[in-house]
Design a protein around this ligand. Structure first.
Ligand code: N2P
Length: 383
């Protein structure tokens, strides 16, 4: 087995304020020598990857090692804030990381990534240019990052439990979770929300009819007031545990990520205990986000990082990953290779009418993020 999963999952969000770390990649000075400079030493056959949990087909990691001889050390996280804290501190030891585009934008400005060498990424030709153009709003010219997967925030629910509590439950509306009258009904069977402050507050703002990317502190206060009203009914604030908890019946309603909810549905079906999970994209609209492969400026194995990213851009590899995790790929040549059940699932590839209601998640200013994180701490601690 060439893959090691090193890290445990993360817990509470570290309140992170983006500050330029001032750390520039240290270029090793060439050794002074009277002789002609030696060719650069070949990299050790290792690549250190830090990706979201439940976000890749493990068979693709093994296949990469088999094809290239490069061993993959694979660590996981479930929070942009956790990744960002590490990136800003520097010296992560990682060669490939996967921030969401809204976080990547400021991380690029803070100097934590190196530009991609596209001559080492021939599989770039398979990308859907319209998606990469959307991402270019965060990464002008797509110089620093390439899409791994994209998805949405959505509602997942246990069909039998929710219908037993109230067959009229508004499962196609954020009011299922954000209206205290409804949330109270699901307290005992269990509600979870993501530990993702910008996304949950963004959804709350949209539910309130406000701009989900608003940086108005009045709007933030309105969202916090709303979230505080449902806080007594929320059992879990976590961004990965809910996949199993929903599948095994420990919770019955979640504000989660599209593919994770669909993975939960598959796990419930596989377990054969009669738990039926459904996912809806709420009618008030929701967030669309893009998660991006990028290479830290101080990555120890940048050539291997390029080889890894290029491998993941092969259409058959991107399709295998999308089939496995139920998130959408930006690889246009992977689409014909997808399982029809995934390609035709409106939860993975929403129809145009739903796409039109999705709103982007924009980068927030450091000043706003500080206030957002303070509000989030009050929400998570319930104080
Ligand atoms: C995978 C979650 C990735 C989505 N479990 C977060 N952007």
């Amino acid at each position: 087995m060439s893959i090691s999963i090193r890290a445990g999952l993360v817990g509470l969000v570290a309140a992170t304020t983006l500050v330029a770390c001032g750390k520039k990649p240290e270029q090793a000075a060439p050794a002074e020598s009277a002789q002609a400079p030696a060719a650069p030493a070949a990299e050790e056959k290792v690549v250190n990857v830090y990706n979201w949990s439940d976000y890749i087909d493990p068979a693709m990691l093994e296949a990469f090692t088999k094809e290239t001889g490069i061993k993959v050390n694979y660590d996981v996280f479930d929070s942009n804030e956790v990744l960002q804290t590490k990136l800003l501190a520097g010296n992560t030891g990682y060669d490939v990381v996967v921030p969401s585009a809204s976080f990547l934008e400021l991380q690029i400005k803070a100097g934590v990534f190196q530009k991609l060498d596209k001559s080492k990424l021939p599989n770039w030709s398979h990308l859907d240019e319209s998606i990469m153009a959307r991402i270019a709003k965060h990464d002008p010219g797509n110089e620093y990052a390439v899409n791994h997967m994209w998805g949405t925030d959505a509602i997942g629910y246990n069909v039998k439990k929710v219908m037993a509590i109230d067959p009229k439950a508004p499962v196609d509306s954020w009011s299922l979770i954000l209206d205290p009258k409804w949330a109270a009904k699901f307290k005992d069977c269990g509600i979870s929300v993501l530990d993702a402050p910008d996304e949950v507050v963004g959804v709350a703002l949209a539910y309130l009819g406000k701009d989900p990317n608003s940086e108005s502190l009045d709007d933030l206060k309105a969202a916090e007031d709303l979230l505080m009203k449902i806080r007594p009914y929320v059992r879990m604030i976590h961004s990965s545990q809910y996949i199993d908890s929903l599948a095994n019946g420990d919770i019955c309603v979640t504000l989660g990520w599209s593919g994770d909810i669909l993975q939960s549905k598959s796990r419930a079906e596989e377990a054969g205990q009669g738990v039926e999970i459904a996912m809806t994209v709420p009618k008030e609209g929701t967030i669309i986000w893009f998660d991006m492969y990028a290479i830290p400026a101080d990555a120890p194995h940048p050539d291997n990082a390029h080889a890894f990213i290029n491998y993941m851009m092969k259409p058959e590899v991107a399709a295998a990953n999308s089939n496995f995790v139920h998130y959408a790929t930006a690889n246009k040549d992977a689409l014909p290779l997808l399982d029809p059940a995934v390609r035709d699932d409106p939860g993975v590839y929403p129809p145009q009418a739903v796409m039109d209601k999705l709103f982007p998640n924009l980068a927030r200013s450091p000043e706003y993020t500080r206030e957002l994180n303070r509000a989030w701490t009050r929400f998570t601690t319930g104080k």
